[in-house]
Design a binder for this molecule. Sequence first.
Ligand code: SF4
Length: 326
Amino acid sequence: MQAFNKKCVVLYSGGLDSLLACAIMHSMNFEIFPLFVQTPFYKKDTQHLQNQLNLFSLKLNTIRNDMEYIDVIKNPQFGYGKNINPCIDCKIFFYKQAKLFMEKTDASFIVTGEVLGQRPMSQRSYSILRSIEKRANLIDMVLRPLSAKCLPETAMEKEGIVDREKLFCITGRARKEQFELAKHFNITDFESPAGGCLLTDKSISIRIKEILKKEIISKEEIELLSIGRHFKINNNHFIVSRKKDETLLLINRFKDNLPSIRCHQAPGAVGVFVDEPTEQEIDLGGAIIKHYSKKTEYVAYEYNEKDYIFKPKDIDIKTLEQLMIK
Ligand code: SF4
C-alpha cells in the first residue's frame, strides 16, 4: 500500500465546494497545495482566488496547458454534455495535472470539492468518480471530504492519515449543508456554483465547434473565442469588437499579429482576421466594420507590409446574418 504523508494537492476552482475542501483539510492540519488548472475556457480572476485562500493562509498555484486541453475538447472519449463541455474527460485532464503537481510538491494524494450526485456527468455516481481516478492513474489517491462519509473508505482513511470522523456525507444538488459549513469556517467570499466555464455556454460552443474543425488551432484563435461578434467569411474567421474594452483588447493584444480592419479617423469597431484574408474577404470585413461603426465612411486595413484605406460598400442584414456565427 502507498505510504501517505500530511501533504495534499487540492484541486481549487474558487467555488464554495473546493474552498470548503481546503478548509476541512486545513482544520486537520494538512500542508495544502491549492492548484487551479487554468484553461482558455475557464475564466477566473486568479487574484480573487488568492484572496479567498488568504483566509487559511494558503498560496494559490496555477497550471496551464492550453494545447493539451484543446486535444481533450476535440476528441473526448466520454463525449460532450449539453453543449461542448466534455466534463468527464476534462476532469481526467484536471486530475492528471494535479498528479503532476503532486509529484512536484511531494504530496501523497489529491483532494477535490466534488459532491456525489451534484453534476450530471462527472459527479453522477461513484463508479464515474472511480473511472476518472483510474484514467488519471490516481486510484486510491483521491479524497473528497464533502462526500467521503457516503463513499467507501479511502486508503488515506484506512491508513489513519485522514480522520473519517472529520469528513462529511453531502450528496446532491441542494447546497444547504455547504452554506452551513461555510458559516462554520467563516467563509463569506465565494463564487456561485454556476458559471465560469465557457464550454457550457451555448453561443460560445457554436464558435468553438467551428474552430475545432481546423487541423491546427493557434493560441490567438483560442483567446479570441470569448471576445466580440464572430463571422465566418469563406473559411476565414473575422472577429469584431462590440464595446470599448473589446476594441482596446483587439488593438493592444492582436492588431500587430493579425490582419485588422478599423475605422479611419473615427471611433468605432475593430475587426481581426485569424488568417491572412483575400481581397474579397477584406471587402466584406470592411463592410461589416462600417455597419457597426455608424460614424465612418472609410476603414483602414493593416497587416505586415500592407496598409491601405478604402471605402467599403454597405452590407445588407441578410448577408450579415448569414456570415455571423451564432
Ligand atoms: S463544466 Fe467545464 S470546467 Fe467544469 S468539468 Fe465541465 S468542461 Fe470542465
